[in-house]
Design a protein around this ligand. Structure first.
Ligand code: SF4
Length: 283
């Protein structure tokens, strides 16, 4: 099973990338499970027809309240098959004000593993959509515990999104040395904020500095926004659009790319700022 994690700044569009990637992989014939690792539990909304599915941690807490444990949870109460055939899971989060969100995500992933969800549904590709603007130990858990192996960073041409991606790369650098062999950075995906000239110039260089590859440019277009609004993936809602082709291409590239690296992030903020400024000045 391939285990692919999508990390990036909050609000950058990780769920858009993850859900459209899942749908394109499903169309290619892979059996896909998408796991949303964000307390907001809206990662799989585009696959579930715009609705929010129940979360693993909520179900777990309900079981604990009646004196049962995780093994009393049935897989079909936490794994939802989308109309298109994608298995969708939302980890959920802790009760407000109590506990650690990252630990909660890990508990949810462990429950899936213990209940043998991946074997039961014969999953070929698991996509983890991980909240990652806080590069705390909590949200690094999926990497540390061997769930997230091939890590893709999503950023736009906004400086703060590149700054966040660089910070996540620092966490990946630290963790991939200790994690299972093969765990590392697999590439950078641009989810455009509309400033395409800057993005086509700065993001490939940023990827190079990390020792990685710039994998795909996803434009900001009305088609993608309309599909989001309808709660549908692009390849399902607008299969003949240019945008559907972009997500199919992303899926193909990711399946063909088996290379991961220990990234070489920029440790000095001034250096990161200088790199960014040079590209801004070129515009
Ligand atoms: S470790 Fe991270 S996930 Fe856990 S409570 Fe702190 S900030 Fe949240």
């Amino acid at each position: 099973m391939r285990q692919i994690a999508i990390y990036g700044e909050g609000g950058i569009g990780k769920s858009t990338i993850a859900s459209n990637l899942s749908a394109a992989l499903n169309e290619m014939g892979y059996t896909v499970m998408q796991v949303g690792c964000d307390p907001k539990r809206d990662s799989t909304r585009n696959l579930a027809g715009g609705r929010l599915i129940p979360a693993v941690l909520e179900t777990y807490r309900d079981q604990l309240r009646v004196g049962k444990d995780e093994y009393a949870i049935s897989l079909d109460s936490i794994v939802f098959k989308s109309p298109g055939g994608i298995y969708c899971v939302e980890a959920g989060g802790p009760e407000p004000g109590i506990g650690c969100a990252g630990r909660g995500v890990l508990t949810a992933l462990q429950i899936l593993k213990d209940l043998k969800a991946f074997e039961t549904y014969k999953i070929d590709v698991a996509i983890y959509d991980v909240l990652g603007d806080v590069v705390c130990g909590g949200f690094a858990m999926p990497i540390r515990e061997g769930f997230a192996k091939e890590i893709y960073l999503v950023c736009s041409g906004g400086f703060m999104s590149i700054y966040a991606a660089n910070n996540i790369a620092r966490a990946v650098q630290r963790l991939s040395r200790r994690a299972e062999a093969g765990t590392g950075l697999a590439g950078i995906i641009c989810n455009s904020n509309g400033d395409e000239t800057l993005e086509h110039s700065v993001i490939p260089e940023f990827a190079r500095r990390l020792g990685s590859e710039f994998v795909q440019f996803v434009p900001r277009t009305p088609v993608i926004q309309a599909c989001e609004f309808e709660g549908r993936a692009v390849v399902e809602h607008s299969p003949n659009s240019k945008e559907a082709g972009i997500f199919r291409d992303l899926a193909k590239q990711i399946m063909e790319n088996k290379k991961t690296v220990v990234p070489t992030p920029i440790n000095d903020l001034t250096e990161l700022e200088q790199m960014y400024r040079q590209h801004l000045n070129k515009k």
